[in-house]
Design a protein around this ligand. Structure first.
Ligand SMILES: O=P(O)(O)OC[C@@H](O)[C@@H](O)c1c[nH]c2ccccc12
Length: 240
């Protein structure tokens, strides 16, 4: 994790400030609910420190399959060194699909928001620390919908204090990389009802999805279980 953060701190930002016309994620979630399906953010993750191998398929093709399988939104890793991502694949994917797209990266400063346009942008409470409020505001000023990721009660409190209204509770401890679905179950009741809650990481089966929904997840963020095998079929199974 230290290597990932060191690389993230060094990565340059954009030269000019972006201004995005974002597609509403809360509306997309409401539409999926109205259709009687489970809102899933499917993640295009060519590789990660906890996965074996790299998927070499065209990321745009994978993204299209996820949308065809019923994904409400997509998450696209743009971290190049450890997750095989790029700003360019996000740009191409966002052009090719009509669902909201989340930029998944380790953003540490305001200029890094200006690298590429997306509908949602991930801000990880653990890593941005005291800058969280400023980054939430800087993201909104550019038109992004910030998704603030938390893993502990303290981080959840900080996210709420920063005015976050879309909060992802990560079941994976980014320090130890261990996954425990109990994390979402423990923290979800602490969030007010008007916050849109996303259960992140470790959802592998329909049972896991049900468990997270019962605990109050408005949406699920799923990477590995979708990327492993037939992407469209996997998305269909988890969104049913
Ligand atoms: O592959 P999984 O267990 O379904 O997890 C997806 C997503 O939650 C995970 O990739 C993730 C959550 N937070 C992150 C922060 C950075 C990189 C990756 C992540």
């Amino acid at each position: 994790m230290r290597a990932i953060l060191e690389a993230a701190r060094e990565r340059p930002g954009g030269e000019t400030r972006v201004s995005v016309d974002a597609q509403s994620f809360p509306e997309a979630v409401a539409e999926t609910e109205a259709a009687g399906r489970v809102p899933v953010i499917a993640e295009v993750k060519p590789t990660s420190p906890t996965t074996e191998g790299v998927r070499e398929d065209d990321p745009v093709e994978l993204a299209r399959e996820m949308v065809a399988g019923g994904a409400t939104a997509l998450s696209v890793l743009t971290e190049p060194e450890h997750f095989g991502g790029s700003a360019e694949s996000l740009r191409r994917i966002r052009e090719a699909v009509d669902v909201p797209v989340l930029r998944k990266d380790f953003i540490m400063n305001e200029a890094q928001l200006d690298v590429v346009e997306s509908d949602l942008v991930l801000l990880i409470a653990r890593f941005v620390g005291e800058d969280l409020s400023d980054l939430v505001e800087a993201a909104r000023d550019r038109g992004f919908q910030p998704l603030v990721e938390v893993h502990t009660r303290e981080e959840l409190t900080a996210a709420l204090a920063a005015g976050a209204d879309i909060i992802g509770i990560n079941n994976r401890d980014l320090g130890k990389l261990e996954v425990d679905l109990g994390t979402f179950e423990e923290l979800a009741p602490e969030a007010p009802d008007d916050v849109l809650l996303v259960a992140e990481s470790g959802v592998k089966s329909v049972e896991d999805a049900r468990r997270m929904r019962e605990a109050g997840a408005d949406a699920l963020l799923v990477g590995t279980a979708i990327m492993d095998g037939d992407v469209r079929q996997n998305t269909e199974t988890l969104t049913q």
